[in-house]
Design a protein around this ligand. Structure first.
Ligand SMILES: [Ca+2]
Length: 178
């Protein structure tokens, strides 16, 4: 079963990745994603940035491998949605991306992500500021306004789960239901 919320969530990701708005994704979109995100993480070490780049490239490679792209190296919105919302095809790939992104968010090595860095990373991906704030709140930050890296990674994995609705990630699409 696939929820409307899940479709909304990944269609939003597609639109953010399709930076030139031509309706298809290409390999370069994922290089750009890694560069945009790493650029706002000056405190992170090279290993964390390399891990993110690797995970972004794997994201693209999985799409290409799983989908019949007819050798043209492009992925349409429908192809994208079908692939990333199929856990049997995409779960391991999104696990790696989720871990890499969340690790980038916790450069102090204490496993905690501050709100300013969370905002910066998510703005770099392309999400809206007010929605990112709402998402951070939904992750239940501590008294110092930080969330565990593991909670964020789990939130990313949930974001790509086809059967999920009413999760923190729905804050990003406005699709959150009471
Ligand atoms: Ca494009």
């Amino acid at each position: 079963m696939r929820t409307v919320e899940a479709t909304d969530r990944v269609e939003l990701v597609f639109s953010l990745l399709d930076a030139d708005g031509n309706g298809t994704l290409e390999a370069e979109d994922f290089e750009l994603l890694a560069r945009r995100v790493s650029a706002v993480a000056p405190e992170s070490d090279d290993a964390a940035k390399s891990a993110l780049l690797h995970s972004c490239r794997r994201y693209w490679q999985t799409l290409v491998t799983e989908l019949d792209t007819h050798g043209n190296g492009q992925v349409s919105r429908d192809e994208f949605t079908a692939c990333v919302l199929s856990p049997e095809r995409f779960e391991a790939t999104i696990d790696e991306f989720a871990a890499a992104l969340a690790t980038l968010g916790a450069p102090a090595g204490d496993g905690l992500v501050t709100r300013p860095l969370f905002m910066a990373l998510m703005i770099a991906i392309g999400f809206e500021r007010s929605r990112i704030d709402a998402l951070f709140d939904a992750f239940d930050p501590d008294d110092s306004d930080r969330i565990p890296e593991a909670i964020w990674a789990e939130g990313i994995r949930d974001y790509y789960r086809p059967e999920k609705a009413g999760i923190p990630g729905d804050q990003l699409t406005g699709g959150a239901r009471p």
